[in-house]
Design a protein around this ligand. Structure first.
Ligand SMILES: [Fe+2]
Length: 253
């Protein structure tokens, strides 16, 4: 199993330290800022060989340059279309590429919508979804449209094993679940998940990760063909139209 350490950054971001269990090779996903990431690496006596960026937004790449300076030879990987937008980028990936971290193979899924160059990195048992798939939600459509984001979320849902642990870019889970609970007041599974998330947050503990299986059951953006979600937004028959209505509701919530 890929070893993953959460590093809280800024107000509600997570960077992740990945360690391949066979070789100990280490990578950093989305260093929002350098300081907490460098502190976590030092505490664990890890020296990363690469940074994996899910997209170009500053709260995901803000620590790239300081990490590149601290670790000469560090590879900084992001989607090919993000070259020029990701600081210190050295490598470009495209959909279907594989990135090796020691004995762990990470698959690249190009998932445009939040941004046009958004990618998800996925091993056999962990996926780093950035601001595309959140627990209980999805990212805003800054550069893509509803059809594009819907297709990207479906791609993640279909490409990954349901047991995959989902590590997303932000701690938004409790608020996302409050939105779903308002949308579907009769959904007991959502109420239970909200209570769990609120308990964790009250103890200042992360809600991340959760399994893709849980997301398929709870996250309405992955259930745009579910009659309960269709009824809640008052649109049916076209999952992209349901998705667009749901995203608009969430934006205005
Ligand atoms: Fe973002």
């Amino acid at each position: 199993m890929l070893d993953v350490t959460l590093v809280p950054c800024l107000s509600d971001n997570y960077a992740y330290l990945l360690r391949d269990p066979a070789t100990g090779e280490c990578a950093v996903v989305d260093p929002s800022e350098a300081e907490p990431v460098l502190a976590a690496l030092a505490a664990m006596q890890l020296r990363p060989t690469m940074v994996l960026n899910t997209h170009h937004h500053h709260d995901h790449v803000g620590g790239n340059e300081a990490l590149a300076a601290a670790f000469p030879g560090l590879r900084v990987i992001a989607h090919a279309s993000d070259q020029g937008r990701v600081p210190a980028q050295t490598g470009a990936v495209a959909d279907g590429d594989r990135v090796a971290l020691g004995g762990t193979s990470l698959r690249v899924l190009h998932v445009p919508g939040h941004t046009l160059g958004a990618v998800t990195y996925a091993s056999d048992d962990a996926a780093f979804t950035g601001d595309t798939l959140f627990l209980g939600g999805c990212g805003r459509l800054f550069e893509g449209d509803a059809a594009m984001m819907y297709a990207s979320l479906q791609r993640i849902a279909e490409a990954l094993d349901p047991a995959t642990r989902v590590f997303c870019g932000h701690e938004y889970t409790a608020n996302n679940l409050r939105f779903i609970a308002a949308l579907e007041p009769d959904n007991a599974a959502v109420r239970d998940a909200l209570a769990d998330a609120e308990r964790l947050r009250a103890d200042d503990r992360p809600t991340v990760p959760k399994s893709l299986r849980d997301e398929l059951r709870l996250n309405p953006f992955l259930r745009c063909d579910d009659p309960a979600v269709e009824a809640a937004v008052g649109v049916s028959g076209d999952p992209v139209a349901v998705f667009a209505a749901l995203r608009a509701r969430r934006n205005n919530w």
